[in-house]
Design a protein around this ligand. Structure first.
Ligand code: 13P
Length: 250
């Protein structure tokens, strides 16, 4: 089995002072893990995160980037701006962005391509809603999200991408997918990637689970054969909880 990639998605939380306190507490707690540790922080915390984690095993990510290199796009951030700062990862296509900010498979693809071109590693989120799962459309939705959202991605580019399977019904709800539900869905997604990119590329691809993962359920989820890591929201805002998830499967 691969080592895991454990990423915290702080969402719209933590001022600079709060970010510094959280990172200072986290650094010694995760220093000795073989797993990859990433914190995806608000834009305003990137500078703080980068300077406090310099020389450590914590990698830093942003939570979005635009697809253009520059221009009249008020409020947006270009991938090159992140890259120049030293940011390594960027979350793309989170369900909250799809739901509240009009993100589509096409914009996810455009942002992903631009992030890759700038030398960033995208963490691309996919996942079905409760209604889609209950109406038996989960596989159709996940297939579309992969086929459309990764349409122009090359096999070489895929090596620099992490995928996060986040069922929308499990995000921030306290309802976690069971170990088997997470594994089955990720296995299915891996099969769609295998159809598009070949079996070896799909095997090597990191696919995380996200949705109410916490210090109590992480060990079970991360022990599943196809779950290559976690994308953690709420529990990543508490150093001890996030550290416990980082160490849950080593
Ligand atoms: P929660 O862990 O708060 O459910 O959030 C998951 C998530 O959306 C991570 O991107």
């Amino acid at each position: 089995m691969k080592n895991k990639i454990i990423a915290g998605n702080w969402k719209m939380n933590k001022t600079r002072a709060e970010a510094a306190a959280l990172i200072e507490e986290l650094l010694p707690l995760v220093a000795d893990t073989p797993n990859t540790v990433i914190i995806c922080v608000p834009f305003t915390d990137l500078d703080t995160a980068l300077s406090l984690t310099a020389g450590s095993n914590i990698r830093v990510g942003a939570q979005n980037c635009h697809w253009k290199e520059s221009g009249a796009y008020t409020g947006e951030i270009a991938p090159s701006m992140l890259k120049e700062m030293g940011v390594e990862y960027v979350v793309i296509g989170h369900s909250e962005r799809r739901t509240y900010f009009g993100e589509t498979d096409a914009t996810v693809l455009a942002r992903t391509k631009a992030a890759l071109a700038a030398g960033l590693r995208p963490i691309v989120c996919i996942g079905e809603t409760l209604a889609e799962r209950q109406s038996g459309r989960m596989e159709e939705v996940l297939t579309r999200q992969v086929q459309e959202g990764f349409k122009d991605v090359t096999p070489d580019e895929l090596k620099n991408i992490v995928v996060a399977y986040e069922p929308v019904w499990a995000i921030g709800t306290g309802v976690t997918a069971t170990d088997e539900q997470a594994n089955d869905a990720i296995k299915f997604v891996r099969g769609v990637f295998a159809d598009k990119f070949g079996g070896k590329a799909a095997e090597e691809l990191y696919i995380q689970y996200g949705g109410s993962m916490n210090d109590a359920n992480a060990a079970g989820l991360l022990s599943m054969s196809d779950v290559d890591g976690g994308l953690i929201g709420g529990a990543s805002l508490v150093a001890k909880k996030f550290a416990a998830i980082v160490h849950a499967h080593e």
